[in-house]
Design a protein around this ligand. Structure first.
Ligand code: GDP
Length: 347
């Protein structure tokens, strides 16, 4: 067969052009802004890339998307594995899309970068929502530390918003530093709980309760409804011990059944009430501004750290300093000063 027509010089360059075009930041952003989910997926892949050749393109994509500044609500959802996060998001997400919202679901799950595998991603999740044309689901980027995942997720939020997604759900597992990280990127933080499970089992850390704008007791169905009501009282009493939030908001305790779709609407109306109030008082804007500031400082910190530890001279000298510290030949402080001097002199 004669393929010459397809493989002549011009032909190849046409094909290459076609292949390359989705990676061109302006075109990608153009398509993405029209709500093209494939383009959005590609743009996120670009920002997730660790190849330095993609960095400039990725930065351009984010910058172009930032100019759009559409209105959105960012909601963080956390809870221990098994509490029903994905089931809740499946039901909640469908409620939101049925009311005309476009919903993006992002996950912060740095475990996916460890050999243990992902806590969130191992099972088939949110199957119905995934098929909804007004929903977009993107799992946590793999192969990254929490710092890396955090940055990529923050950038993905901006991309999703430019693509017209008006509600961004950011799901995280209730372990480690994840919640604090997610709390720092959302307008509303929702903690899912179970009735009747002890604090230990639920991995309650004081800090998480403090961060929550609402505690939702899930699986309030069947024989569990009575328990959910008791748990609601208990959480309400526990929350009384905390001072009100900066904006005067008293976190609400609710219960729902994600599988039976009861109480889920109340969760949305509570969030809407919160957002309305926060916008009226200016708290919403101020908090986003504060978060932007934090994003800047965090990014600088992460970048400097990673540049430092990947610096060839530093890498080659660090083991020797560690040996000297162990042998008490040098203090860790002086060793740090010396390593920083090495970094500064060569960077
Ligand atoms: P995740 O690990 O937090 O994402 O939890 P999943 O959404 O995977 O749910 C864990 C298990 O709890 C699954 O077997 C779900 O079917 C079940 N589940 C989730 N929500 C509810 C609920 O509202 N009621 C009941 N009875 N079971 C639920």
């Amino acid at each position: 067969m004669d393929n010459s027509k397809n493989t002549d010089k011009k032909g190849i360059s046409e094909i290459q052009k076609k292949r390359k075009s989705p990676m061109e930041p302006s075109k990608l952003v153009q398509a993405l802004c029209k709500g093209d989910k494939t383009a959005l997926g590609r743009a996120i892949t670009l920002i997730e890339s660790n190849h330095s050749k993609h960095t400039a393109e990725a930065n351009e994509v984010v910058s172009l998307c930032l100019k759009k500044q559409p209105k959105s609500i960012r909601i963080g959802i956390t809870g221990v594995p098994g509490v029903g996060k994905s089931t809740f998001i499946e039901t909640f997400g469908q409620l939101l899309t049925s009311q005309g919202n476009k919903v993006a679901v992002l996950t912060v799950d740095p475990t996916s970068s460890q050999s243990k595998g992902s806590i969130l991603g191992d099972k088939t999740r949110m199957e119905t929502l995934a098929k909804d044309p007004n929903a977009f689901i993107r799992p946590s980027p793999s192969g990254l530390s929490l710092g890396g995942v955090t940055r990529k997720t923050r950038e993905s939020i901006i991309l999703c918003e430019a693509a017209g997604f008006s509600v961004i759900l950011i799901e995280t597992v209730g372990v480690g530093q994840n919640e604090t990280t997610v709390h720092g990127m959302v307008d509303f933080f929702l903690l899912l709980k179970l009735a009747g499970a002890g604090d230990e089992l639920q991995g309650i850390k004081r800090g998480i309760m403090e961060m929550a704008d609402s505690i939702v007791i899930n699986k309030a169905d069947g024989n569990n409804i009575a328990n959910a009501k008791i748990a609601k009282n208990e959480f309400e009493n526990a929350l009384k011990l905390y001072p009100p939030k900066e904006n005067g908001w008293r976190p609400k305790v609710l219960y729902c059944s994600a599988t039976e779709n009861t109480g889920v609407e109340k969760v949305w109306s509570t969030i809407s009430e919160y957002i309305k109030e926060a916008k009226e008082t200016g708290f919403f804007e101020n908090r986003r501004k504060q978060q932007n500031k934090n994003w800047l400082y965090d990014t600088i910190e992460q970048r400097l750290k990673s540049d430092f530890y990947t610096h060839t001279q530093v890498k080659s000298k660090i083991d020797e300093f560690l040996r000297q510290i162990a042998a008490k030949e040098i203090s860790p402080f002086l060793a740090a000063d010396k390593l920083i001097a090495v970094f500064k002199s060569r960077s």
